[in-house]
Design a protein. Sequence first.
Lengths: 176, 474
Amino acid sequence: MSSKVIHAIYDDDDVLLHAVKEVKAANHHIEEVFTPFPVHGLDKAMGLAPTRIAIASFMFGCLGLSIAIWLTNYIMIEDWPQNIGGKPSFSYLENVPAFVPVLFEMTIFFAAHLMVITFYLRSQLWPFKKAENPMPSTTDDKFLMEVAVGDNEKKLFSLLKKTGAIELKVHEKKGE
Amino acid sequence: MYSFSKNLKIFSLSLMVVGAVALGIGFLSAPTTVEEAKAMVADAHGHGGHGGHGDHDTHDDDHNVAHKDEAHHSDHHDTHADDHHDNNDEAYAHSDRHDAHAGGHGESHDKHLLHQLQNRPWAATYVAALFFMMIALGVLAFYAIQRAAQAGWSILLFRVMEGITAYLLPGSIIVFVLLVLSGLHLNHLFVWMDAEVVAHDEIIQNKQSYLNVPFFLVRALFYIVGWNLYRFYSRRFSLAQDNDNGIGYHKKNFRLAAGFLVFYIVTESLMSWDWIMSVDPHWFSTLFGWYVFASMIVTAVTVIALVTIYLKSKGLLEEVNDSHIHDLGKFMFGFSVFWTYLWFSQFMLIWYSNIPEEVTYFITRIEDYNLLFFGMVVMNFVLPLLILMNSDYKRNNWFIVMAGIIIVLGHYLDFYNMIMPATVGDQWSFGLSELGSASLFAGLFLYVVFSALAKAPLKPKGDPLVKESKHFVY
């Protein structure tokens, strides 16, 4: 199945944000917006569901913390207790201040790395993947809005023109 | 325009009256003789009132710093100076020695107890006076940061901040008066002011060129005058900008704020050493200035949020939206974590190295103030962390108020923990003096802040960035 879309190209993020709002208000379906940098408020304007990466990150942090607790306890208390600076490591609780930096770092490490990996997986990005953006200049200074063409192509065209698009292209999307 | 409501006025005045009465009783009931002091403690023990403190007859003197007994003191310092550099187990050896001596100096111990009990109402007053003054000072620093950064989002909150900083003048004057009274030997908050103690204490003697009453008071005056001058001129320029078409006053305020921040960060550090760290004159921590700053700024941002939410609930500040509250919430969250970072950094290094004159600070707190010392970390770190972590909760007034109350109380306890162990030792509690002084200064704070808020329009309409603040959406 193939579908027809319009690529509307903008050269300013404020103009784009207004355009997105107007196109949404006119009940057209915006398939995707490509921007060279994150545009504040764009996700809300497009009506995207709020991200759940924060929840994932919290859970990864808890996982990292638990692993760090297990790790420090196994290494320093169970497997090879040592007397460091007059503080013998025979009790985890009595020595926990010394482990806090490790606990903290491991929490951050797990949260950060797993969050990035989750994001890549969720966005279906992997090394050597062919870029999906239809126009390379969206990685430089242009913004591209991809709108699905409904029954009235002309009307959509004039609407997009009015929102300040500098270029409009009709594009046949190959079906998956 | 806000008008100071009658209910709030009555509320703050009654807080002041009740607080003053309670504090007065606290002062009057302080013992005047050793016998009275002993009777009071025996009484409290009989009633089991000192649950968390352990038995003070056996571990009497871990906090040798606050000690005022001469003979005993010099004794220990001689040995101290000789061996503490190369002895890892000094802390243990130290307390052993005390136990061995415990029988011998019963009389001096009683005198020490008397001083502690006499200190209690003074220390309670000092904690509360300092705490509320620091809120105003913290808000002033936050305000100066916004000015110097030319921040756009916070303009609508400027009048709230200016209202809170109005307390700086009365608050700092009260603190100064308390310091003068200490200098006149009306209380024993600062051990190093006591010539008897200094005569037998080599460590304090070496610090005399810095820690002496005249220089101490001159410094205090210097900080206070500097802060208040900034507050006075920034408020004046801010009001003048309202009816000005240009941006001249805005620019003046920008330059003034940048200059003030340099002055502030130096004087804030010095102030924290002078007014807080010097109650334990043997002890030192190089990040203490930052630690006090963190406590001050997180309370300040919290109070800004609380006052803003209160005014919004009265239908004022209608242009302040939940994005502004969200940003304040982020600062509350961030500074709470920052405070914990400093708290832990200070604790861990001292705990690990275990050097006697450093570690006594934490031994006192962990043995005599266990619940407060760790409870404060729960209130200042764990609860704000969990409550404010979620982005949506930071936009919810109810969560901000709840977390805010916990943070303000937690940081009051923080200041309590900084002052009390050195001044009253294990004779702490939350009695008439503590609750009374907190209530007295809370009432004064509310009264001054809300009457200042009523003096000017809540919207700084002449500020060149006010439109940006109005449209602030995140």
